[in-house]
Ligand binder design. Structure first.
Ligand code: BG6
Ligand code: MG
Length: 225
């Protein structure tokens, strides 16, 4: 069957929101006297809001009460919402719309698989909500990436087997989740960061239409991880 499941991460794959998460987390961390580098930030990509704050506190050797923890998560989200409130379709990453239009024209199954609880409002803001046959976000999962739950739910909603799905991811945790789900992992970003992915492209402008056609016809296969 010439039909595959295409599962897209949101932040850093469809829209350039990874930079806003970074700015909001860094501001919050700095307020606690903790700093972290761009390299350490790679570990925050793809993981849940709770897990991100836990990691930052680990780096700074700090512990908080449950109440403080909850209030800091809300504070970070408020800061982040300030950034995304101004978003529009101009923040869709290069060639993402072209790929989504192509998949639609080819009647492929397309899902979102994001850790973010803000996924739906962001897709609405950039007018991409109707491009997805299924949406799985941070409100639907109990386990954060690198757990494969988000992608397995996505495959199920698309009525596709995991081995017939490909995942586009900009995070190490997300690539690991796709691999554990036995899906073809396609890293979007830097080769040295995303080396566990089956295939890696700097962005969608680097990925040819022939490559997408080859996925659809089953000629792109999973490499052994
Ligand atoms: C992921 C981002 O997509 O969503 C993470 O890569 C973010 O940086 C996580 O922490 C949770 O997002 P949100 O919007 O629910 O805080
Ligand atoms: Mg991401």
């Amino acid at each position: 069957m010439n039909k595959k499941g295409f599962i897209f991460d949101l932040d850093g794959v469809i829209v350039d929101t990874a930079k806003y998460h970074f700015l909001a987390w860094r501001k919050l961390a700095n307020g606690l006297g903790i700093d972290f580098t761009h390299e350490e930030n790679e570990q925050l990509k793809g993981v849940s809001r709770v897990r991100s704050l836990e990691k930052i506190l680990e780096w700074g050797g700090k512990t908080l009460s449950k109440e403080e923890f909850t209030s800091l998560m809300a504070k970070k989200n408020e800061e982040y919402l300030g950034y995304i409130s101004k978003m529009d379709a101009s923040e869709i990453l290069p060639d993402v719309s072209k790929v989504l239009d192509f998949l639609e024209a080819k009647h492929q199954a397309v899902a979102l698989g994001s850790a973010s609880k803000n996924a739906r409002p962001i897709l609405e803001k950039v007018s991409l909500l109707e491009k997805f046959n299924a949406i799985v976000d941070g409100n639907d999962v109990t386990k954060a990436k690198p757990d494969p739950e988000v992608f397995l739910i996505g495959a199920k909603l698309l009525d596709m087997q995991p081995q017939d799905c490909v995942v586009f991811e900009d995070s190490v945790a997300g690539v690991q989740a796709a691999n554990t789900a036995n899906m073809i992992s396609i890293g979007i970003g830097e080769k040295d960061v995303l080396h566990e992915a089956d295939y890696i492209f700097k962005d969608f402008t680097e990925m040819s239409q022939e490559f997408v056609e080859a996925i659809i016809s089953g000629n792109v296969t999973k490499k052994i991880n």
